[in-house]
Every structure is written in structure tokens, then in C-alpha cells.
Design a protein around this ligand. Structure first.
Ligand code: ADX
Length: 199
């Protein structure tokens, strides 16, 4: 019987979940990718779980009713917890609009193992960006139950980390990722602070 501690020790890291929450178009996926790239280049073993990906596979039977979102997050949280058992640093990027569902995810792992990152981009900006044209459809009534329009988003009350609005500038996103990395070092999740300074 091999324990989580033994699996993590093999990788020289403490496993955890970096949980990114925020509106559609807030920049969760981009930030998640930047964090993963940074951690990977530091030698960490990571895995990225992203809403759009999981909804095309494991969760393809789910829609966007409150109940389906709850089930989406429940499954994702269970999967993330399994990765933590495997010793991996998981980055999860989901709207995850409801506090109780995020709190359930937090409860599945140790309190120090769940880092909630609120990607706090205001609705107006997300709507201006509208990368997939979904806000437009929601405003025209073609898409129902859209988060921020006719479905609720409950902002985190005590996230471990809040990222401000980042411009569509990869340099800005990388700076945010860098700050999060340093936060992980401060919390002792990652042992080395030897990350390359940004130019
Ligand atoms: S969650 O609310 O259940 O956490 P999740 O992060 O998995 O959502 O998926 C969100 C993605 O689904 C959005 O980025 C968007 O591309 C797409 N989407 C399609 N319909 C909706 C909708 N009604 N509300 C929000 N996102 C939607």
C-alpha cells in the first residue's frame, strides 16, 4: 500500500489544487495555462483540468442548469482529489459559480491543499471580449442560463488569491502566474523560490 505522502515524495512536491473561478471570458484558462507552464518548467508535475475540455468528455451529458453545474463541479472535484492522491499539482479552471460547490471541492482535500484563485474580471470586460460570441447570444435570448446574465455567479468571500483584470497581453498574464507561483513558495507548497525573474 503506497500512500499519498510516498507518491508526493517521489516527485519532491506537495500536491494541491489551484482552483480558478470566475466568469466566462474572465481569463481563467489563459492564466491556468501560464501557471502550468511556469510550474512545469520549475520541474513540478502538474495537470490542468478545464471546463471546456471536461464538458466535451467526462461531463458531456451535463448542461448549464444549477443542478448540472453542481454535478459538473462535484465530478471535477472528485477527479482533482484523485490527482492530489497521486501527488500531482492540479490546476482547475471552471466558472464554478456556486460557493457551496467550491466549498465541497475544498473539503475533499486538506485545507492547505486547496488554493482558491478568483479571476476577478468584471462582467462588462468579459462581455466586451466575448471570445466565443456567447454573451451576444445570451443577450439576444438565444442562450439561456448564461452566467452573469440570467444565471448567478457567487464571488468567493475568502479566496487565497485574487487576480485583477489582466489585459490581453501575455506578459501581464505571465506576471500574474509568477505572483501565484511565489505565493505557493511562501506557503511552502513549492520548496524553491528560484524562479527566473520576468524581463
Ligand atoms: S460551470 O458553471 O459548470 O463551472 P464550466 O466552467 O464547466 O461551467 O464551463 C463554462 C464554459 O461553457 C464557458 O466558458 C462557455 O464557453 C461554455 N458555456 C456554454 N453555455 C454556457 C452557459 N449557459 N453559462 C456559462 N458558460 C457556458
Amino acid at each position: 500500500v503506497i500512500s499519498k505522502a510516498q507518491r508526493s515524495q517521489l516527485k519532491g512536491q506537495k500536491p494541491c489544487i489551484l482552483w480558478l473561478t470566475g466568469l466566462s471570458g474572465s481569463g481563467k484558462s489563459t492564466l491556468a495555462q501560464s501557471i502550468e507552464a511556469l510550474l512545469h518548467h520549475q520541474g513540478a508535475h502538474t495537470y490542468l483540468l478545464d471546463g471546456d475540455d471536461l464538458r466535451s468528455g467526462l461531463n458531456q451529458d451535463l448542461g448549464f442548469s444549477d443542478r448540472d453545474r453542481e454535478e459538473n463541479i462535484r465530478r471535477v472535484a472528485q477527479v482533482a482529489q484523485l490527482f492530489v492522491q497521486a501527488g500531482v499539482i492540479v490546476i482547475a479552471a471552471f466558472i464554478s459559480p456556486f460557493r457551496k460547490d467550491r466549498s465541497l471541492a475544498r473539503g475533499l482535500v486538506g485545507s492547505a491543499e486547496f488554493i482558491e484563485i478568483y479571476v476577478d474580471t468584471p462582467l462588462e470586460i468579459c462581455e466586451q471580449r466575448d471570445p466565443k460570441g456567447l454573451y451576444k447570444k445570451a443577450r439576444q435570448g438565444e442562450l439561456k442560463q448564461f452566467t452573469g446574465i440570467d444565471s448567478a455567479y457567487e464571488a468567493p468571500e475568502h479566496p487565497e488569491f485574487v487576480t485583477g483584470y489582466t489585459k490581453e497581453d501575455p506578459g501581464e498574464v505571465d506576471k500574474q502566474a509568477h505572483k501565484i507561483y511565489q505565493e505557493l513558495v511562501t506557503r511552502g507548497i513549492l520548496s524553491s523560490g528560484d524562479v527566473e525573474p520576468l524581463p
